[in-house]
Ligand binder design. Sequence first.
Ligand code: ADP
Length: 497
Amino acid sequence: MNQYIASIDQGTTSTRCMIFNHAGEAVGRHQLEHTQIYPQPGWVEHDPLEIWARTEDVIRGALADAKLTGQHIAAVGITNQRETTVVWDKNTGQPLHNAVVWMDTRTAALVTEMKEKHGGQDAFRPQTGLPLATYFAGLKLRWLLDHVPAVQEAADAGTALFGTIDTWLIWKLTGQHITDVTNASRTMLMNIETLQWDAEMCAAFGIPMAMLPVIKSSAEIYGRTSADGAFGAAIPVAGNLGDQHAATVGQACFSPGEAKNTYGTGCFMILNTGHEVKQSNNGLLTTVAYKFGDAPAVYALEGSIAITGALIQWLRDNLNIIDSAPEVETLAATVDDNGGAYFVPAFSGLYAPYWRDDARGVIVGLTRYITKAHIARAALEATAYQTREVLDAMNADSGIPLTALKIDGGMVGNELLMQFQADVLGVDVVRPKVSETTALGAAYAAGLAVGYWQNTDEMRANWGEDKRWSPDPDSDASTEKYRLWKKAVTKAFDWEE
Ligand code: ADP
């Protein structure tokens, strides 16, 4: 088959385009970082036009890398950093503000106000599956309407369009104003049962529904690229999944009880719970895993951790104790353990399972003994402990303890971390052959929509194990060290006033 599927993976730190063959193998790729804009403590923005420019560049780069042209591409899938909020004017095509990024905490005061007004953090869980938190897109949109006159003016004039990054890119690629159920499930504006915008939620948040995109399934033809764009051909854009949902598909977690954990800027564990909406009693989110065309939606429980790989970038960019992210492993390996230091990276508050926007980062257990190597180790360990907290919540909510965890994302090349992760969890940690599962999942959705792949069995057959880490029975990581971690977390609470 001389046809391939292209996938655009627009992540928090970078944008990549990958081209896959029928076996799910990457035959071409290109990746570019974009600017992180920090206007104030706790605020994080991206320039939507820069992201669009990077997207066009990585499309051209991936085609060149694969020695292909747009004529060889059967369909395009999109996957994206979720919740990151863009508003633009439909007449000018210009963004009306920088994108407000998912981890940005500027909506904290709004969250407090909404909790008081509507009956607490979990007031909207029945309709949305989500707690009130700074994370979700609807509140970021409310903030833009309140604080950026151009946004409110365009909304009044009926020319403002809202979107998460998937919507922005699909609009740029095809001219259609649409999103998919997975991305819409992160706004707090979609009803988790009907999979449509919820008029009461929009009223509670004061969001004009005319700004919102049409909600589609994750796998259907949304429109075609323009022949004079980066692909140089009219190709169906046919897949759309939020990044964590795409990784769930790329990891072939198609049966209830199957879970994956993605280690990128943050860490996101998703457990397939089947066709029924399952509410969490342990601080997880209820989300749509995926919906392929007319088939019923598949739901999931999600444990979201805001800061994992971002902490390694912080060691690199803010403390300058390493020159590159992989170097953290070399530095951490120069010491046997954390020396008693624990690092709780609550830079954006704490997400699952706590949902505390009053928390801020702390390093505890400092003595004269601690070196930068211990700090590097504590930073890596923080990822493993936070994941354990989420896994415990998953097990409590589902009642069926996980026996192994499929992993992926930028951090899973870190051997020291992955062994420590298995030790802290007490279960095997398994890395697949294709670790680019996010891009692959979006390609699968697009390929399914155009008949390139027939069903999920074909995708499952493509999944293969690359490496497995098993818990060391002599490790005290899951007992004593984890107990101290839990104590450290309490020191991060109640800081931001
Ligand atoms: P995203 O999709 O969120 O942008 P990626 O999956 O591309 O993230 O992963 C990038 C993240 O992984 C960065 O935050 C980086 O610090 C971290 N990272 C990359 N390589 C390593 C490594 N060897 N050890 C630890 N962290 C790493």
